[in-house]
Design a protein around this ligand. Structure first.
Ligand SMILES: NC(=O)c1ccc[n+]([C@@H]2O[C@H](COP(=O)([O-])OP(=O)(O)OC[C@H]3O[C@@H](n4cnc5c(N)ncnc54)[C@H](O)[C@@H]3O)[C@@H](O)[C@H]2O)c1
Length: 261
């Protein structure tokens, strides 16, 4: 067991990649703290983890809401006494035609995909510093390291807020690594390529989803979408003591994206 008795918070773990990460952590002996704004998904993720014999606790939290975040962290520490691992996974896209991208799209996407990453790390690290131990893993995206053609009605510029936030998360990872390293906290990042999750279908018509899958599959030298557990395995490595001398790093888990090779 690689995470025996660790308290591991995964934001946005009611579905998709976050849920796969929480499950993997629980398989390795951690208590998975399932944090999600969607209560139904959060509850069913906890039930699924427990059905496999894992330990999990669910919290319905909008992590972009400062007050809710602070209350959650206090409650968590009150109950568990510590926080060993934080995975900043919660994220949204707001793809629109380039000309239709508005300020509210920037605010919503940056509010969660960038600002909340900082404030979750700030809140969790205040406890980790006292422990002189902690692992923070931020989830970026292949769109944070390269531009890609979009499909259907969505041109490359549709992803401007999302890609900008995800690129900033890579730099923020290095800033946090420098800030927190002297306190025994490792901060790293994973940049996923293409994985089929509910996010894939958001803001796309069924035809666009089909085209998106085709294009993304062709863009990876492994010629397929990633499996959720393949992403979870990389996050597990960075959350465990096996990566104890790695910090400020970003691992791409993207099947060898041709737009960057
Ligand atoms: N799926 C992919 O191919 C892919 C590729 C690159 C990066 N990513 C990134 O991986 C992460 C997970 O994506 P996914 O594909 O699993 O998406 P998803 O939509 O399946 O899951 C995201 C989860 O976050 C939750 N969430 C949304 N807003 C929240 C908030 N304010 N507070 C708390 N929880 C909130 C949602 O309810 C959902 O359960 C995201 O950061 C995403 O940008 C995904």
């Amino acid at each position: 067991m690689r995470l025996e008795n660790k308290i591991a918070v995964v934001t946005g773990s009611g579905s998709g990649l976050g849920k796969a990460i929480a499950m993997r952590f629980a398989d390795e002996g951690a208590t998975a703290i399932v944090v999600d704004v969607n209560e139904q998904n959060m509850t069913s993720a906890v039930a699924d983890i427990e059905a496999r014999g894992g330990k999990a606790r669910g919290y319905r939290v909008d992590v972009a809401d400062q007050r809710a975040l602070r209350d959650f962290m206090e409650e968590l520490i009150g109950t568990h006494g510590r926080i060993d691992i934080l995975v900043n996974n919660a994220g949204i896209t707001r793809y629109r035609a380039f000309g239709a991208v508005g300020p509210e799209d920037w605010d919503a996407v940056l509010g969660l995909d960038l600002k909340a990453v900082f404030f979750c790390a700030q809140a969790a690290s205040s406890y980790m510093v006292r422990q002189q131990y902690g692992k923070i893993v931020n989830i970026s995206s292949s769109l944070g390291t390269g531009t890609t053609p979009h499909v259907g009605s969505l041109s490359a510029g549709a992803a401007a807020p999302y890609a900008s936030a995800k690129a900033a998360v890579i730099q923020l990872t290095q800033i946090l690594a420098r800030e927190l390293g002297p306190s025994g906290i490792n901060v790293n990042c994973v940049a996923p390529g293409f994985f089929l999750t509910p996010l894939t279908g958001s803001a796309r018509s069924p035809q666009e989803v089909e085209e998106h899958i085709r294009v993304r599959t062709e863009m990876a030298v492994l010629r397929r979408a990633g499996k959720l557990e393949e992403l979870a395995n990389a996050v597990l490595f960075l959350a465990s003591d096996e990566s104890s001398f790695i910090t400020g790093e970003t691992i791409r888990v993207d099947g060898g994206r041709t737009d960057r090779m």
